[in-house]
Write a protein that binds this ligand. Structure first.
Ligand code: ATP
Length: 260
């Protein structure tokens, strides 16, 4: 059975159709990268899958349609780290990350020892422990991005949707964050969907790739079949070279067009 399945997703924003009949299927414990030019509909696809935007189509986790689920139940199945969320500037890093435990805490309940332990462990793994008491309004862009990821990981959902999780991160933190997500995937069988602009990162980490343009699916399949020069040149209008890295996974490099 597929861990995460979406069929016929279509959405309209500002009177314009921005998602047209997109579907995907990610097996348990697999990593899908969603790629495509600016405005292709990648973030919209993730928001639709999280039920944050009205849309046509169906999303299911392990065969269970998520639309019918109450928010708390859905939040135990799917966690989401948005690209640029509004962060309350006065909340501390630890308080914000702890919000990821909301689906496990009763309406009038308080966080328990387990909630605080999970939160502390995630902050440590993301090198954020030293910032735990720092208000969100006093963080760098990359620190903020790691805090948003922390909140999603604290949620301990088996399906994780990450919208551009590494754009604001330096090289070391990009690798550290993606390796952490990959370790969680392998250890806990997490199913990962991430939008990403860095196509080499997509090639290094994802099992399968969904290439989108203008709200539609252009191609999907194993990373080696989608990250190809003809498909990328045709979709992005960029000159690229794709070559296998040491482990055989595709590396995508920009090359300058030949001068006339
Ligand atoms: N609130 C909105 N109202 C109207 N149109 C919107 C709104 N939000 C997004 N759009 C449009 O929907 C389309 C898809 O946007 P989306 O953010 O999903 O693209 P994306 O592939 O994630 O882009 P990027 O790579 O630039 O982050 C774009 O054309 C965008 O202009």
């Amino acid at each position: 059975m597929s861990a995460l399945e979406a069929r016929g997703l279509s959405a309209t924003l500002g009177g314009r159709q921005v998602l047209s009949d997109v579907g995907l299927s990610v097996r348990d414990g697999e990593w899908l990268a969603v790629i495509g030019p600016n405005g292709a509909g990648k973030s919209t696809l993730l928001r639709v899958m999280m039920g944050l935007l009205e849309a046509r189509g169906e999303v299911s986790v392990d065969g269970v349609p998520v639309r019918a689920l109450k928010p708390r139940r859905r939040a135990r199945l799917m966690a989401y780290a948005p690209q640029n969320p509004l962060l309350p500037p006065g909340l501390t890093v630890a308080e914000y990350a702890l919000l990821g435990r909301t689906p496990y805490i009763g309406y009038l309940g308080r966080d328990g020892r387990r909630d605080r332990e999970v939160t502390a462990s995630v902050l440590e793994r993301l090198h954020l422990s030293a910032l735990a008491a720092r208000p969100l309004g006093r963080l760098s862009g990359g620190e903020r991005q790691r805090v948003v990821l922390a909140r999603a990981l604290v949620q301990q959902a088996p399906v994780l949707l990450l919208d551009e999780p590494t754009t604001a991160l330096d090289l070391g933190h990009q690798q550290q964050v993606l390796e952490l997500v990959d370790r969680l995937r392998l250890a806990d069988g997490l199913t990962i969907v991430t939008t990403v602009h860095d196509l080499s990162l997509a090639g290094q980490y994802a099992d399968t790739v969904l290439l989108m343009a203008q709200g539609r699916q252009v191609a999907s399949g194993p990373a080696t079949e989608v990250l190809t020069e003809p498909l990328l040149t045709g979709t992005f209008g960029a000159h690229v070279r794709v070559a296998p890295g040491e482990d055989g996974r595709p590396l995508v490099n920009l090359v300058r067009p030949a001068t006339p």
